[in-house]
Write a protein that binds this ligand. Structure first.
Ligand code: TRP
Length: 489
């Protein structure tokens, strides 16, 4: 389903940036929309990023703060994005632009965030794809060597680039050829399978001696570990995982039918996405602690824990590992394909580039970015303030652009748009009962902007202690420049 959206867009190219499209297609079924939005949300963010970010930010306290942000900010912002999208019937940039030209930058910021995410996401997607095959070629034969194999693989100057290239080509193929039904069908089988394997891993992990320490690490908060950066990471993780703060959900909302219950849709997508992230955490940490690995091991976490766990199971372990990485690859694909589409759609709608050319331009830029990102993990290539390219893209997006994008959306919905209009949209002209409307509105109008501003400020401040403050400030400068030149965008 995730792709149907895009092909509707494709067919209905009868809109000029800023003008409302008359016969915009709607989602065929309620389930279709939920699956599409959840397919975009559930990806590497949940299974790869969440566990290692929780691990390197001290565990329990991070997880608790993340959950509070998901419930209070994530759900509310998602509902606001759906409402803004359905109200305007336009994708992100157009939705802002149609109300006020000066707000165009907020939409463009989202496009830039999507581009930067696509500067490293395909690198990790390539790792997942590579591991589908690697598990059959001796990876599991020496369980103790699995962490080193991963380290050697990602810092190799050639191998990961090939996999990343294949992964990106798959994206281009899907977006330009319209083989939506294929990947949808794959997703329908592989998403439940991914969930099932995660449960299997959780059970296996929990039965190992010493596993309970992992559960404790994940769920017992130790607030002495909380710094400004930890709180900002939790906020960024919530936005990244829920695909918020960059207008993707505005675009999804723009295809929703007037009769749909936005509140319920936002609630379901948020719940599903968060459940998968928590399950991934629960699958990783007990096993990690049982194996005596460091919880702060970093981006290699899933790529080390899952093969190590299955290595002890013989031939069937190989099959489970391969299925896990295959399902992870497909989960990543359903997300990255929509990111590629966000960028291509901007070029098509706002810059009047033809579709094949738009996809080619986007993919070429991404390839270059990904090559630098991948090489930076081997210590090769340019650095900025001592930080490599992979980390720069990651820092700029989930620590700055998404959070500020969410802040902008909240200010836009709370202050620029009319309260009655928003209310009519959220309650579908009064047909949907939303008892907490006033509470939600107060969150969007006051609490969320203030909270994000404080979290971003303290996060950037403490970022300087971690040596990444310079990059964060650079992110803020870029946003300032976009705002200043908004009329030209
Ligand atoms: N949520 C996706 C994940 O967890 C990543 C993502 C962020 C995304 N923003 C997006 C996907 C926008 C699609 C559209 O992997």
């Amino acid at each position: 389903m995730v792709l149907e959206l895009f092909f509707y867009r494709n067919i209905l190219k009868n809109y000029e940036g800023g003008k409302t499209m008359e016969n915009r297609e709607n989602w065929g079924s309620k389930l279709g929309f939920i699956m599409a939005a959840a397919g975009s949300a559930v990806g590497l963010g949940n299974i790869w990023k969440f566990p290692y970010t929780a691990g390197s930010n001290g565990g329990g306290a991070f997880v608790l703060i993340y959950l509070v942000f998901v419930i209070l900010i994530g759900f509310s912002v998602m509902l606001a994005e759906f409402a803004v999208g359905r109200k305007s019937h336009l994708a992100a940039v157009g939705a802002y632009k149609s109300v006020d030209r000066r707000w165009t930058f907020a939409g463009v910021l989202g496009v830039l965030a999507a581009l930067l995410i696509m500067g490293f996401y395909p690198v990790v997607g390539g790792w997942a794809l590579a591991y589908v095959f690697k598990v059959f070629t001796g990876l599991l034969a020496n369980p103790d060597g699995i962490p080193d194999v991963f380290g050697a693989f990602i810092s190799n100057p050639v191998q990961p680039l090939i996999w990343m290239g294949i992964y990106l080509l798959l994206n281009v193929f899907i977006v330009s050829k319209g083989v939506a039904s294929g990947i949808e069908a794959a997703g329908k089988v592989l998403m439940p399978l991914l969930f099932a394997i995660l449960i299997l891993i959780t059970i296996k992990g929990l039965t190992l001696p010493g596993a309970m320490a992992g559960v404790e690490f994940l769920f017992r908060p130790d607030f002495s570990k909380v710094t400004g950066t930890v709180v900002l990471s939790a906020l960024g993780q919530a936005f990244f995982s829920l695909s918020l703060g960059m207008g993707a959900m505005i675009t999804y909302g723009s295809y929703l039918n007037k009769s749909e219950n936005l509140v319920q849709n936002a609630g379901l997508v948020t719940t599903m996405d968060t459940a998968v992230a928590l399950l991934a955490g629960l699958a990783m940490f007990p096993a990690m602690f049982a194996f005596g690995m460091e919880p702060a091991a970093g981006p290699g976490l899933v790529f080390v824990v899952v093969p190590t766990l299955f290595a002890k199971m013989g031939g069937i372990g190989m099959v489970f590992s391969a299925l896990f990485f295959l399902a992870l690859t497909v989960a990543a694909l359903t997300s990255s394909v929509s990111l590629l589409e966000v960028i291509s759609a901007y070029l098509i709608d706002e810059r009047k580039v033809a579709r094949p050319k738009a996809v080619a331009i986007s993919a070429t830029v991404m390839t270059v970015m990904c090559i630098f990102a991948s090489l930076s993990l081997g210590g090769v290539g340019p650095k900025l303030f001592g930080t490599g390219v992979f980390d720069i893209f990651d820092l700029l997006t989930d620590k700055i652009f998404l959070a500020i994008g969410g802040l902008m959306l909240a200010i836009f919905a709370g202050w620029r748009m009319d309260k009655e209009e928003i209310k009519k949209e959220v309650t579908s002209d009064g047909t949907v009962k939303f008892a907490l409307f006033e509470f939600w509105y107060a969150l969007i109008k006051y609490v969320i902007p203030v909270t994000i501003a404080i979290v971003a400020f303290t996060g950037v401040k403490s970022g300087f202690d971690a040596g990444v403050g310079g990059i964060m400030v650079l992110g803020l400068v870029i946003i300032g420049l976009l705002a200043a030149f908004s009329k030209k965008l």
